[in-house]
Design a protein around this ligand. Structure first.
Ligand SMILES: *[C@@H]1O[C@H](CO)[C@@H](O)[C@H](O)[C@H]1NC(C)=O
Ligand SMILES: *[C@@H]1O[C@H](CO)[C@@H](O)[C@H](O)[C@H]1NC(C)=O
Ligand SMILES: *[C@@H]1O[C@H](CO)[C@@H](O)[C@H](O)[C@H]1NC(C)=O
Ligand SMILES: [Zn+2]
Length: 474
C-alpha cells in the first residue's frame, strides 16, 4: 500500500515536471525557424556525426568513458571543495589528459570554501526514542557541545511559517516538509530555510530531503546564511523521518529532538582546469564544454558530477584521436567548487570578462549522464534555431529534442546571464534526484552504454558548433 501511494505520488510529480509550461517549451514551436543556407551546411555534417558515434559507441572508444570514470571515482571517492583529495584529483585529470598527448592545459587558481562536517547526530526524545539520520547542509554552524534539545514545529512552506506568531517559534526547531515538485521550486526550503527560521527565533532548522524518492537517505546540499541573521545549525533528514514527524505533529503529539552537529569552515586554494583543442581558423573563438570536478562529501560523486566531467574530458580526447580539428577552439573546463555556490564559474567569468565576446557557445553537463535526449538551450531565438537544426542530426540516437530554458545548467548560468548562448545536456534523468547529494551517488548509477552515447553526442555537437561557418548569434 505504502509502495502504491509512493508510486502514485511519483507519477504525479513526473507529470508535474513535464507540464511546467513556462520554462519548458518544445522543439515543435521552433519548427518555423528559417536559417537559410546554413541548414544545408549543417546537414552536410551527417557523416561526421556518424563517424563520431561509430567510434565511441561501437569502435575503439567504446566503454572508455565509463572505465576512466570508475578508475577516477574509485581512486579518489568524494572530492569536497577545498580538500587535498580534490586537488589530487585535478592533478590526476591533467596527467590523464597529457597521456592522450593533449598538452594545451591551463589551471587557474582561486579561493574556495572548505567546510567539513564532524559529528552529526539527532535523537528523537519524545514521543519515543528514535535515531534520525541526517546530513548537515553546507556551511552549517555547529550546535553547542551539549546539543540543542527543543520541540519541533512542522511547516509545509514559508507562508505557513509566516502565519505562526514569533513567540511560538522562538526556541524551537523548524522542520520544513515541502512536497517535491521540481528541484528549482523545492530547493528554496534547503537554501533559505535556516535564515527564514532564524528570523522567527528558531534555534535550528531541518528540511525534508529535496528528492522525489527515498530509501531513508538524507540528501545534503548548499544553503545560504544571511550575515544580518543569526546563523543556526541546519540539516536535511530523510523523507521517511520527515513524514513520521509530520504525522506525529498533525496528531498533536509533542516532538522533542536532541541535535548535535559539529563542523569546521576554512578558505583554501583550488583550481579551474582549462583544456584547449585549438581551432584552425579562429583559435580565439571558443566553444566550451564543461562539468564540475568537486563533489559533496558523501558517496563517490560519480553522477554529480563525475559523469559530466568525463563526457567533457572525452570531447578533446575523441577529436584528437580522430584527428579532427574544428575551425574554432574547443575548450573543456573542469569547474572547481560548484557545490558550495558556483565559486569556480564566478571566478572564471570575472577573469575572462574582457574576452567574453569570444565565447561562441557554452555547454555543461551537470544533471546526469543517462541516455542523451538533446539539449536545454538558453539564448536568442536565432541561436536556438541553429541548435535545433544541429540536433536533427541525432535522430538515430533519439537525442534531437531542444528544450527552451532561459537559464540552463548550474555553473554556466553565470555566463549565460551575461548574454552568452549555451546549453545543458538534456538526458533521461528522471531518477537523478533519487541519488543526488547522497551516499548513493556511486558508480552503480552510471551505465557504460549511456555514457558512450553522451560522450559521442557531446563531442559531435561541440565539433559542429565549433566548425560551421556562422557564429551562434546572441
Ligand atoms: C543531547 O545529546 C548530547 C550528545 O549526545 C548529550 O551530551 C546531551 O546530554 C543530550 N541532551 C539531552 C537533553 O538528552
Ligand atoms: C584580457 O585580460 C588578460 C589579463 O589582463 C590579458 O592577458 C588578455 O590578453 C586580455 N584579453 C583580451 C581579449 O583583451
Ligand atoms: C530510440 O527510440 C526508439 C523508439 O522509442 C527505440 O526503438 C530505439 O531503440 C531508441 N534508440 C536508441 C539508440 O536509444
Ligand atoms: Zn553538480
Amino acid at each position: 500500500m505504502l509502495v502504491l501511494i509512493k508510486l502514485c505520488s511519483i507519477l504525479i510529480l513526473l507529470i508535474g515536471v513535464q507540464s511546467n509550461p513556462d520554462r519548458r517549451k518544445n522543439y515543435s514551436q521552433l519548427k518555423s525557424c528559417d536559417i537559410g543556407p546554413l541548414a544545408e551546411e549543417i546537414a552536410s555534417y551527417e557523416s561526421v556525426v556518424k563517424n563520431i558515434i561509430n567510434y565511441v559507441v561501437n569502435g575503439p572508444f567504446k566503454g572508455k568513458t565509463y572505465d576512466e570514470l570508475s578508475k577516477f571515482v574509485d581512486t579518489f571517492g568524494a572530492r569536497p571543495s577545498g580538500s587535498q583529495i580534490l586537488e589530487d584529483s585535478i592533478d590526476y585529470m591533467i596527467q590523464l589528459t597529457k597521456d592522450e598527448d593533449i598538452n594545451d592545459i591551463v589551471t587557474e587558481e582561486l579561493e574556495v570554501p572548505h567546510w567539513m562536517r564532524g559529528k552529526e547526530e539527532i535523537t528523537m526524545i519524545e514521543p519515543r526514542i528514535k535515531n534520525i539520520d541526517l546530513l548537515g547542509l553546507g556551511q552549517s554552524v555547529s550546535t553547542p557541545s551539549e546539543g540543542i534539545t527543543a520541540e519541533v514545529i512542522v511547516v509545509n512552506n514559508f507562508e505557513e511559517l509566516a502565519e505562526i506568531p514569533n513567540e511560538v517559534v522562538e526556541g524551537k526547531i523548524v522542520l520544513y516538509d515541502p512536497i517535491f515538485t521540481t528541484y528549482r521550486e523545492t530547493v528554496v526550503y534547503r537554501s533559505q530555510g535556516a535564515v527564514r527560521a532564524a528570523e522567527k527565533g528558531a534555534v535550528a532548522s531541518l528540511v525534508r530531503s529535496i528528492a522525489p524518492f527515498s530509501i531513508n537517505s538524507p540528501h545534503t546540499g548548499s544553503q545560504n546564511y544571511n550575515n544580518n541573521v543569526k546563523k543556526i545549525p541546519t540539516a536535511a533528514i530523510s523523507i521517511e523521518d520527515a513524514d513520521l514527524m509530520r504525522r506525529l505533529f498533525n496528531r498533536g503529539q509533542k516532538i522533542i529532538l536532541n541535535i548535535t552537529m559539529t563542523s569546521t569552515s576554512e578558505t583554501k586554494t583550488s583550481r579551474n582546469t582549462l583544456i584547449d583543442l585549438k581551432g584552425t581558423l579562429n583559435p580565439e573563438k571558443l566553444v566550451i564544454v564543461s562539468g564540475h570536478i568537486d563533489s559533496w562529501d558523501v558517496g563517490q560523486g560519480a553522477m554529480d558530477d563525475g559523469g559530466g566531467l568525463f563526457v567533457s574530458w572525452a570531447v578533446p580526447v575523441i577529436l584528437k584521436q580522430l584527428n579532427m580539428k574544428p575551425k574554432r577552439t574547443i575548450r573543456s573546463i573542469f569547474w572547481t567548487a560548484e557545490e558550495l555556490g558556483l565559486i569556480g564559474a564566478y571566478a572564471y567569468e570575472e577573469k575572462h570578462r574582457n574576452e567574453s565576446h569570444n565565447i561562441n557557445f557554452i555547454m555543461e553537463s551537470d544533471e546526469g549522464t543517462f541516455a542523451p535526449r538533446g539539449l536545454a538551450v538558453g539564448g536568442s531565438q536565432k541561436a536556438r534555431c541553429i541548435i535545433a537544426e544541429i540536433l536533427k542530426l541525432f535522430e538515430s540516437i533519439n537525442a534531437s529534442t531542444l528544450v527552451e530554458e532561459d537559464s540552463p545548467g548550474s555553473d554556466i548560468s553565470v555566463l549565460i546571464k551575461t548574454g552568452i548562448p549555451g546549453a545543458s545536456l538534456h538526458n533521461a534523468n528522471e531518477k537523478y534526484f533519487w541519488f543526488h547529494h547522497t551516499e548513493g551517488d556511486t558508480m552503480n548509477v552510471e551505465s557504460p552504454e549511456e555514457l558512450d552515447l553522451c560522450a559521442a553526442f557531446w563531442t559531435a555537437v561541440a565539433y559542429i558548433i565549433a566548425d560551421i561557418s556562422a557564429d551562434i548569434p546572441r
